[in-house]
Design a binder for this molecule. Sequence first.
Ligand code: F0G
Length: 349
Amino acid sequence: MWRGLIEQYRDRLPVTDKTPVITLHEGNTPLVPAPVLSDRTGCDVYLKVEGANPTGSFKDRGMTVAVSTAVEHGAKAIICASTGNTSASAAAYAARAGITCAVLVPQGKIALGKLAQALVHGAKLLQVSGNFDDCLAMAGKLSQDYPVALVNSVNIDRLHGQKTAAFEIVEALGDAPDIHCMPVGNAGNISAYWLGYTEDVAAGNATKTPKLYGFQAAGSAPIVNGAVVPNPSTIATAIRIGNPASWTKALDARDASGGLIDAVTDREILSAYRLLAREVGVFVELGSAASVAGLLQASAAGKVPHGSRIVCTVTGHGLKDPEWAISTAPAPTTIGNDPLAAARELGLA
Ligand code: F0G
C-alpha cells in the first residue's frame, strides 16, 4: 500500500525516526500519456497530474514534509501566504496534525474552491488588501516575530517534499525526460524539480537531467522581464506573482539544465486549458495549463526537437476554480421532464 511520500522516500528527505509523519498519502500521482499533444509537437508527451494529490495540487508534497518537521520542532501553529493552493494544503495538513493554521491571501484574487478548502479545514483566513508578494512579506515577518512556523516554499523542507515528483517520473519512465515543462509562480516548484532530478543523477537512478522549461503568465513575468512586476495580472491567479521568492534558484535551474523561462499570454493559457479538458480529458486549473501553453509555444518556435520525451506538470485540479470553468464553457440547456424534448435537444429526434 502507498503510505505517502515520507514513507516512500524517507532516506532522501530531511526526516528522522523521531519525525511524526503527518500525511494524507500524497504523491504517487498518474503520469498520463497525452497523444493529442504528442501529435501536435512530434514528441512523446506525458502529463504529471498533480491535481490527483489529496487537496488537488502539488503543494501536498511539500506540505507533508514541512508540517511534519514543524510539529517535530514543537510548532503549535503554521502560517503561509498563498494564491490559494498552498493555503488549501496547509489548512488540510494542519487539521490532520491538530495544530492551528493561519493564511494570508490577496483579497478577491483566489479561486473559489481554494477559499472553500481553507475555510472548511478550519484555517484562520485573512484576506489582505494587497497582492501575493505583500502577503508573503507579511507572513515572513509574523513568523519572525511570533511563535508560528512559515510553510511557504522559502521553507526548504517544502522543496524536498516537492522534489519527489521528479523521483516518480524517473521511476515511471526509466530515466529523466528530455524536457520538463511547468508553470512558474513563486518559483519553488521548478527549484524543487531541479533538486530532485540532480539528486536522481547523483544516486545513479537517472543518466541525465531534463532541460527545465518554465512558464510565467505574461502579465506576471518578473523572471522573463528581469524586473519585479509591482502589479502582476493574469487570469491564472495561482501564478499571479510579481516578485518570486525563489527567483535565483529558478535561474540556476534554468541555466544548469540548459532550459528556458518564457512568458505565455492569458489567451495561450486559456486555449491550453480548453484543449486539455476537451481533447485530453484532463481538467486542470488555469495556472496549470501554463505548462502546456508553454510547450505548444516553444514547439511552434522550434525550441522542442522532434522525438523528444517531454513531461508537463499540470499542477492543480480544474475543480479548484468552478466559477471560471462554468463561465468559459458552453451554457447548459434547460428542458422539461420530457424524453422527446431531450431527444430533440440532443439531435436524436
Ligand atoms: N501552479 C499552481 C496551481 C500553483 O498554485 C502554483 C503556486 C504554481 C503553479 C507555481 O508554483 O510558486 O512553486 O512556482 N501557487 C502558490 C500558492 C504560490 O500560494 O498556492 P511555484
